[in-house]
Design a protein around this ligand. Structure first.
Ligand code: MG
Length: 296
C-alpha cells in the first residue's frame, strides 16, 4: 500500500470515529435531558410528600409520608391581660367564661350533684365559705387545662391559710393554689406543687390580687383491675414558667400522708377546692381532651 493510500485510510477511519463519538455524545445528552426532565417531574410530585422514603421506626409512616393525615386545623385563642381574660382555642370546652357556673356543680356528701354556689361577679368566680368544693358536670381524663386564679388582695393569714385552693385533676390529684408571694410554707405545699409529693421547680407567684395562670397537661392513670397499669403524669406552667415536666403522681394527694392509687374511671370531674372559704378567684377556665397523633 502506498503512503498516499495509507493516509487516506487513516483520514476515513478518523472521520468514522469522530462521527461515532458525536452520535454517542448526542445520545448521552438526550438521555441526560430526559433524566433531568423526569427528576423535575418527580420533584413536583414531592412537594406534598414522599412515597418512597424509609419507614420511621415504630411508626407505620414513611419520612414525609404523602399519605400521612394532616392535623386538624384549630383557630388558636388569645392571651389574657391583667384586665381582660383571653379567648380559648376553637376546640376547647369552655368551663367558665366569667358569666355563670352552668358547667359546675357542688359535690354533695351523698355523691349526688347539687347547685354550685360560689359567687360569680365581674367576670370571675370566687370561693364562698360554707358552699363546699365545686366539680365539673362533665368528666375528663387526658387533658390540657388552662385556668387563671388570683389570691385575695388583702392578706389575712399565713402559710397554708393564705389564699389556699386547689386544682384537683380527676377530683384526686391536686395542683396546689396558694398565695406564695413572700409567704413561707412547706415546699411540697407551695403554689403549683403536686401537693405533698413534688414542690414546683420554681416559685413564679405574682402578688396577691394579681391574675395568674396555670397551664396543665395531664395524663390520666390507667388501671388493670386493681393494679396501676400506668400512673398519672403532669406538666405544669405557672405564668408561663415550667413547674413540672411530665412528673409522675405517686397516687392521690392527701394532707400529711403518702397518697396511693385506687382504681377509678378513665374520666372523672375536675374539682376546685374550697379550703376553709379562702376567697380565691378564678376566671377563663378551658379544657381540651387530648387525642393521639394522626387522629382526625
Ligand atoms: Mg389546696
Amino acid at each position: 500500500m502506498s503512503v498516499r493510500r495509507i493516509a487516506l485510510a487513516i483520514i476515513v477511519i478518523a472521520g468514522l470515529l469522530c462521527g461515532l463519538a458525536f452520535a454517542q455524545a448526542q445520545k448521552g445528552a438526550k438521555k441526560g435531558a430526559a433524566k433531568a426532565q423526569k427528576a423535575q417531574g418527580e420533584e413536583k410530585d414531592r412537594t406534598l410528600g414522599y412515597d418512597d422514603t424509609d419507614v420511621l421506626p415504630d411508626q407505620k409512616w414513611r419520612v414525609h409520608d404523602v399519605a400521612r393525615p394532616r392535623p386538624r386545623i384549630i383557630t388558636p385563642g388569645t392571651e389574657s391581660s391583667p384586665e381582660r381574660p383571653g379567648r380559648a382555642p376553637a376546640d376547647a370546652i369552655v368551663l367558665f367564661d366569667g358569666k355563670d357556673l352552668s358547667k359546675w356543680a357542688a359535690r354533695m356528701r351523698s355523691g349526688e350533684m347539687g347547685e354550685a354556689k360560689w359567687k360569680v361577679e365581674s367576670g370571675y368566680m370566687e370561693v364562698t365559705a360554707g358552699t363546699g368544693d365545686i366539680i365539673t358536670r362533665e368528666k375528663f381524663g387526658d387533658c390540657q387545662l388552662h385556668i387563671e386564679w388570683a389570691s385575695p388582695a388583702e392578706i389575712a393569714n399565713k402559710s397554708q391559710f393564705r389564699g389556699n385552693s386547689g386544682i384537683m385533676l380527676m377530683s384526686r390529684y391536686e395542683i396546689q393554689v396558694l398565695d406564695c408571694y413572700e409567704n413561707p410554707t412547706y415546699a411540697d405545699g407551695q403554689a403549683g406543687s403536686m401537693y405533698g409529693q413534688w414542690p414546683p421547680l420554681v416559685n413564679a407567684c405574682r402578688k396577691p390580687g394579681e391574675w395568674q395562670s396555670y397551664d396543665i397537661i395531664f395524663e390520666a392513670p390507667r388501671f388493670d383491675g386493681d393494679k396501676v397499669a400506668k400512673p398519672a403524669f403532669v406538666t405544669v406552667l405557672h405564668n408561663g414558667v415550667l413547674l413540672h415536666h411530665r412528673q409522675q403522681f405517686i397516687g392521690r394527694t392527701p394532707h400529711a400522708r403518702v397518697g396511693t392509687y385506687a382504681p377509678h374511671s378513665p374520666e372523672e370531674p375536675l374539682l376546685l377546692q374550697n379550703h376553709g372559704g379562702d376567697k380565691v378567684r378564678f376566671r377563663n377556665i378551658w379544657i381540651r381532651r387530648l387525642g393521639g397523633y394522626d387522629q382526625q
